[in-house]
Design a protein around this ligand. Structure first.
Ligand code: NAP
Ligand code: GDD
Length: 346
């Protein structure tokens, strides 16, 4: 049985990847952060009591800011594959918390690589590492962006990811480690954090449709993104670690839409005119914006035999339907006299 260790297992991608690897028969270890309230809702459905004989998902407290903890976890989990998905992943928040974001996203990757390097030396095992790189690294570079495009990061988050990318290349070349950088374009799902624009829209839309909310405040509607489905993208992560040689790959759909087009598509599903509900709030603008991300996934298609399975329309529909159902549950609570929290903003 292969063993995998996932940082960021409680996030959107971590939950889909854990599901995918468990289905493939892996023993999966995940790093979670201690929090004052539960933060495992995305993986609760996968968890069984570790005392059970057939348990294959194990969680460890740790943090990418804490290298001694990472080293201890590697010793316990004894992984064949390590997926580094942990990050302060919100671009606008990275302008509020630049130092922390750089530490976790950039230096955190270095801490993990160095811990894996020593673990390989001590154990004699081959350990393969996947690094969650981002299309944000391309930033202001002209689209379409491919593996050959130069990075031009536009936020502390993106600069941190560029650092992480180069640490990975360096460890691959210096120590002959199997490290693959995935350069993933935006990917969404019903499990997407509620402060990213797609989920912020579909969450608000559900509530607007059911009369629980009447306005949605957004920033720049002209930005274009190459949006895919997170469930499709975790397969590409895994495929990168099944190759004979480590390499770097762009993962994208090859189609881009603006935030405005996402709004049009989502609101049209429920027969509403988005312009009646959406208002501009400059709070959601970034000091430096990334205007246009459009990936060229030709290398991943050719070398990994990977293709996205979910279209833009299917993705938007899946998210809208999920959030209508969620709003329906909230409406039941409201009708019974309970309060629901206001929708998230960011
Ligand atoms: P996400 O939903 O924000 O999840 C981030 C995960 O990282 C969570 O499990 C979070 O834990 C954990 N984390 C945060 N700070 C940490 C720390 N200091 N130490 C250890 N873990 C920490 O992000 P995602 O959308 O799943 O993305 C996964 C990875 O891919 C991230 O590295 C992201 O930057 C990158 N990426 C994402 C996209 C995308 O479109 N989704 C595209 C390109 C790259 P808590 O649950 O405790 O907060
Ligand atoms: N979050 C947010 N909230 N974004 C808004 C809003 C708003 O109210 N209004 C407009 N936008 C615009 C942003 O300015 C940006 O141009 C676009 O919507 C997408 O924003 P996000 O959904 O926050 O995602 P992102 O593209 O900045 O970053 C995501 O994708 C990266 C890959 O390209 C994150 O998942 C990153 O972690 C990931 O690396």
């Amino acid at each position: 049985m292969k063993r995998a260790l996932i940082t960021g297992i409680t996030g959107q991608d971590g939950s889909y990847l854990a599901e995918f690897l468990l289905e493939k028969g892996y023993e999966v270890h995940g790093i979670i952060r201690r929090a004052s309230s539960f933060n495992t809702s995305r993986i609760d459905h996968l968890y069984t009591d570790p005392h059970e004989k057939d348990a294959r998902l194990f969680l460890h407290y740790g943090d990418l800011a804490d290298s001694s903890g990472l080293r201890r976890i590697l010793g316990k989990a004894k992984p064949d594959e390590v997926y580094n998905l942990g990050a302060q992943s919100h671009v606008r928040v990275s302008f509020d918390q630049p130092e922390y974001t750089g530490d976790v996203v950039g230096t955190g990757t270095l801490r993990l690589l160095d811990a894996v390097r020593d673990y390989i030396d001590e154990s004699g095992k081959e350990v393969r590492v996947y690094q969650a790189g981002s299309s944000e690294m391309f930033g202001a570079a002209n689209p379409p962006q491919s593996e050959a495009t130069e990075f031009y990061p536009r936020s502390p988050y993106a600069v941190g990811k560029v650092a992480g990318y180069w640490y990975c290349v360096n460890y691959r070349e210096a120590y002959d480690m199997f490290v693959a950088n995935g350069i993933l374009f935006n990917h969404e799902s019903p499990r997407r954090g509620e402060t990213f624009v797609t989920r912020k829209i579909t969450r608000a839309l559900g509530r607007i449709k059911l009369g629980l909310q009447d306005k949605l405040f957004l920033g720049n509607l002209d930005a274009k993104r190459d949006w895919g489905f997170a469930g499709d993208y975790v397969e590409a992560m895994w495929l990168m670690l099944q190759q004979d040689k480590p390499d770097d790959y762009v993962v994208a759909t090859g189609e881009a839409y603006s935030v405005r087009e996402f709004l049009e598509e989502a609101f049209s599903i429920v027969g509403l005119d988005w312009e009646k509900y959406v208002e501009f709030d400059p709070r959601y603008l970034r000091p430096t914006e990334v205007d246009f991300l459009l990936g060229d996934p030709a290398k991943a298609e050719k070398m990994l035999n990977w293709k996205p399975k979910t279209s833009f329309k299917q993705l938007v529909t899946m998210m809208v339907e999920h959030d209508l159902e969620l709003a329906q549950k909230e409406k039941t609570l409201v009708d019974a006299g309970h309060d629901i929290p206001p929708s998230m903003n960011d």
